[in-house]
Design a protein around this ligand. Structure first.
Ligand code: F6R
Length: 628
């Protein structure tokens, strides 16, 4: 996902920007660029010009291109872009500039009202060179800087970059972290944010900013993490901070005592926990920009509503954790859109002869986008005439390239081998797909779609609530099961899919054997395993099948099982049967997978740590499985 760096000092900044961008590479990106002010001319006269170099591809490619250019400027900004609006291309790579080329902007986030702003700006004579949402920003700032009429009546010239940025950002709806530099103001960078991080810090002889602390860590350990609406004005001599009302303020300095390894992990002890904790952001980012003017919008589907309406069968093909996201998709697509849906392990799908017609939609789900079995299944499905839709986390991956349409989950690069945040990104993306199908089939009104969309967005805070309140309960449950030889996960309805994922997480990182069953299946075999103390983990949240789940748990309890229940906040009755209870907030049943999977991820990690396992790199496993 996108990354921002900026630096202004007395020495050339080109290499500082490149090394900052390299530190941000782990986030995943498709293009990179920098904008550097040309140094002042003879006698200190400003040279009102910027050198802007941006290109598609890796930072190393940008670096080689810059090697042959003399860029002595000492003030500049840089960016790694992860495409959202507009494909990965050199034209779409940041920085973007104003018509006069003297204002450059880098931006993380999504500008929701960019289409209307762009139309207005074009009508007032602005010229656009990219397909991005970001490009409206340099033009808005240009108008504010020069006092050009912007249709708002506030037409006085500011000739002050800070004021121009503040004025321009008032027009913007959406999420942003930005850095702006202007050739008319030598040595100045202005930065501000809303819902997208910006960190600012003063080094020995320069001022720095970045979207991630990791890019600043070589320069300073004393940083200021901007809050929404706050701005900072960086110069070679210092930094001034402004609150959301525009008043100068004292900075809140945070001292960071991390080494590089810790910084890469965001201060967490391992990548797995860092990635679990990112899940509220993943929900928000995956939903951002999807509700435009009250309409659910998934342009990347590549299918018109009429074509969607013709779909009469869906296959979800995937492996491992992604397969479990597929089980949830089956539940939602059948529930909301009433389209028969099958979920199949990609390794099986490719070797049988599934019934595929031109009205079949095949949905391929793959975090890495390069799983060999999933790719082979896509190719097979396309030969047989199906439309293939990919859901992946990796831009430009084979799954993305070989599908007719693609939704990118906004998880950012996932480093821990066991998938956590990617799963949540997949579930949210698949839920959006299910809503689109329901809408196209006329099974849901626009009002119902909006309501479900809003409730899905609320799960971001609900996940945070789990982090804030349930750690002791999870630790206690982990301690109670760490010495077991085996564990069963049981649930009914959509909760059974959550249990499959919970069992996979536990076995792959703690090496404790675990299986998941639909709870109603227990008495048809698995219950024979239960003896006193045997751990049975259940997702027994409020749902139409809650009472049935409780009956199945009673059968386990009667045989001495140790029951660990994930239950709905406020459910006191469950304590009569469960030895340990982990609560999740009350959500509509269809959104339980987004919330109730989280404590199972945390439980698996805690058990693994208690058993002395490496949670980031479990034995025998690889992050992407590119062989059959
Ligand atoms: C489990 C896990 C694997 C992957 C599977 C498919 O935590 O990560 O089960 O889900 O190997 O990988 P992708 O999604 O990259 O196709």
């Amino acid at each position: 996902m996108c990354g921002i760096v900026g630096c202004t000092g007395s020495a050339p900044v080109k290499d500082v920007l490149i090394s900052g961008l390299k530190r941000l590479e782990y986030r995943g990106y498709d293009s990179a660029g920098i904008a550097v002010q040309k140094p002042a001319g003879p006698g200190g006269a400003p040279a009102p010009d910027l050198v802007v170099v941006h290109r598609v591809g890796k930072v190393a490619g940008l670096e080689s291109e810059l090697e042959h250019q003399s860029i002595p400027g000492t003030c500049g900004i840089g960016h790694t872009r992860w495409a959202t609006h507009g494909r990965p291309s050199t034209a779409n790579a940041h920085p973007h500039t104003s018509c006069a080329g003297d204002i450059a902007v880098v931006h993380n986030g999504i500008i929701e009202n960019f289409a209307e702003l762009r139309e207005e700006l074009i009508a007032r004579g602005h010229h656009f060179t990219s397909e991005t949402d970001t490009e409206v920003l340099p033009h808005l700032i240009e108008e504010a800087y020069e006092g050009a009429p912007d249709g708002t009546g506030a037409e006085e010239a500011t000739h002050d970059l800070l004021r121009a940025v503040r004025r321009a950002m008032r027009r913007v709806v959406g999420a942003y972290g930005i850095a702006v530099t202007c050739a008319q103001e030598p040595g100045v960078i202005v930065t501000t944010r809303k819902d997208s991080p910006i960190v600012v810090g003063r080094g020995a002889d320069a001022s720095y900013l970045a979207s991630d602390l990791i890019a600043l860590i070589d320069a300073t350990r004393d940083v200021v993490i901007l809050e929404d609406g706050e701005c900072a004005r960086l110069t070679p001599d210092g930094i001034t901070y402004y609150d959301a009302a525009g008043k100068a303020m004292e900075p809140r300095i945070t001292h960071v005592d991390w080494d590089l390894d810790m910084a890469e992990k965001g201060g967490y002890p391992d990548f797995m926990i860092k990635e679990i904790m990112e899940q509220p952001r993943v929900v928000r980012d995956t939903l951002a920009g999807r509700m435009v003017g009250g309409e659910l919008t998934i342009d990347e589907l590549g299918l018109t509503p009429e074509e969607l309406n013709l779909i009469d069968r869906v296959y979800v093909i995937a492996c491992g954790t992604s397969y479990h996201a597929g089980l949830i998709a089956k539940n939602l697509i059948e529930r909301w859109a009433r389209i028969p849906t099958e979920v199949e392990a990609a390794s099986e799908f490719r070797y049988r002869n599934p019934i595929i017609t031109p009205s079949t939609l095949v949905v391929a789900v793959s975090q890495s986008g390069e799983t060999a079995d999933t790719l082979a299944a896509i190719r097979d499905a396309r030969i047989k005439g199906a439309k293939v839709f990919g859901i992946t986390n990796v831009i430009g991956s084979p799954v993305a390239r070989e599908s007719d349409g693609v939704i990118y989950t906004k998880a950012n690069k996932e480093i821990a081998v066991a998938s956590t945040k990617s799963f949540i990104g997949q579930v949210v993306s698949l839920s959006l797909l299910a809503l689109s199908l329901a809408q196209a089939k006329g099974r849901m009104t626009t009002g119902e779609v909006r309501m479900l969309f809003r409730e899905m967005g609320d799960t971001a805070e609900q996940i945070q609530w789990i982090f804030d309140t349930q750690e002791p309960a999870i630790e206690e449950a982990a301690a109670a099961m760490k010495d077991a030889h085996s564990a069963l996960f049981v649930g009914r309805g959509i909760a059974s899919a959550i249990c499959y994922e919970g069992a996979l997480k536990l076995k792959e990182i703690s090496y404790l054997h675990a299986e998941a069953y639909a709870a109603g299946e227990m008495k048809h075999g698995p219950i024979a395993l239960i003896d006193p103390g045997f751990p049975v983990i259940t997702v027994a949240t409020q749902s139409p099948v809650y009472d049935k789940t409780i009956s199945n748990l009673k059968e386990c309890e009667a045989r001495g099982a140790k029951i660990i229940a994930v239950a709905t906040e406020g459910d006191e009755d469950i304590k009569q049967i469960a030895d340990h209870v982990i609560y999740v907030p009350r959500v509509r049943d269809c959104f339980t997978p987004i919330t109730a999977t989280v404590p199972l991820q945390l439980l698996a990690r805690s058990v693994a740590l208690l058993r002395g396992c490496d949670v980031d790199q479990p034995r025998n496993l690889a992050k992407s499985v590119t062989v059959e």
